[in-house]
Write a protein that binds this ligand. Structure first.
Ligand code: SF4
Length: 253
């Protein structure tokens, strides 16, 4: 996995986080995909604006319109549209936006859609998805419909490769919008990619897991990705320790 440019060693406020990514996109020459105007984060209290430089040669597009104030996931999804903001759009069948309870206290964040998810347009529906469902329903004694599940990138990387930094930069603002709307109390980051992306670190998942982090006032518990657990079943016992941490936090809510 490529992790360069994601090791800032801190967890900025969500809106500042979004601004950082927009700046990263600008530095990556990706502003044309996002349009010429200012992108406005206006969800929740307060407002943050990150100015993007103009591209006088580009034709106006829907992405020139400043982001609205999102109060529902439907609005975020509508704004995402038939997204072509990064190259992952070229190989996808469906955008996998996310699924679950829009008022969830617990949110799972994975890496990106696989083949099954790409076909169905739903997150975690293959074998790894079944394991995640078992973790939620048999391990946590919750319903899958109680939680919300999303990924860092919403289109399938070809051949299930790791998402590239520019692809994460293009897509992560939508995850932040989802978090801003759902306002979960606990995030379970599934696998190194989600954990490293959210925590802005290059530390291994084996070091990150087993701990509880603060992510903008949200408890963040990293654990192994279900796909990893299918390949390495011996580590399920460590994942179970993480699940118990999550449940202890959940009971305190
Ligand atoms: Fe758009 Fe995200 Fe898909 Fe890239 S991965 S095309 S940013 S929805």
């Amino acid at each position: 996995m490529s992790t360069e440019a994601r090791n800032t060693g801190h967890t900025p406020e969500p809106r500042a986080h979004l601004a950082e990514y927009l700046e990263f996109m600008r530095d990556s020459g990706m502003t044309e995909r996002w349009g010429r105007g200012s992108f406005r984060w206006a969800g929740g209290a307060g407002r943050h604006e990150a100015e993007l430089p103009g591209d006088a040669g580009a034709a106006p597009s829907a992405t020139d319109i400043p982001a609205p104030s999102f109060s529902t996931l439907e609005e975020v999804r509508e704004y995402l549209g038939e997204c072509t903001r990064c190259g992952l759009s070229e190989g996808r069948t469906n955008i996998v936006f996310g699924a679950g309870n829009p008022n969830a206290k617990l949110m799972f964040v994975g890496e990106g859609p696989g083949a099954d998810e790409d076909i169905k347009g739903e997150p975690f529906v293959g074998r790894a998805g079944q394991l995640l469902t078992d973790i939620i329903e048999k391990g946590m004694l919750l319903k899958r419909s109680d939680v919300y599940i999303a990924n860092v990138v919403k289109c399938r990387p070809p051949g299930n490769r790791d998402p590239l930094d520019g692809e994460i930069a293009a897509c992560e603002p939508f995850l932040l919008h989802q978090l801003d709307v759902i306002k979960p109390k606990i995030i379970c980051a599934l696998g190194k990619f989600a954990a490293q992306t959210l925590l802005k670190t290059t530390e291994k998942i084996s070091s990150l897991r087993g701990n509880v982090y603060e992510y903008h006032g949200i408890k963040l518990v990293p654990t192994f990705h279900p796909s990893y657990l299918l390949r390495n079943p011996a580590d399920k016992k460590l994942a179970w320790v993480d699940v118990q941490k999550i449940m202890a936090l959940y009971k305190e809510l």
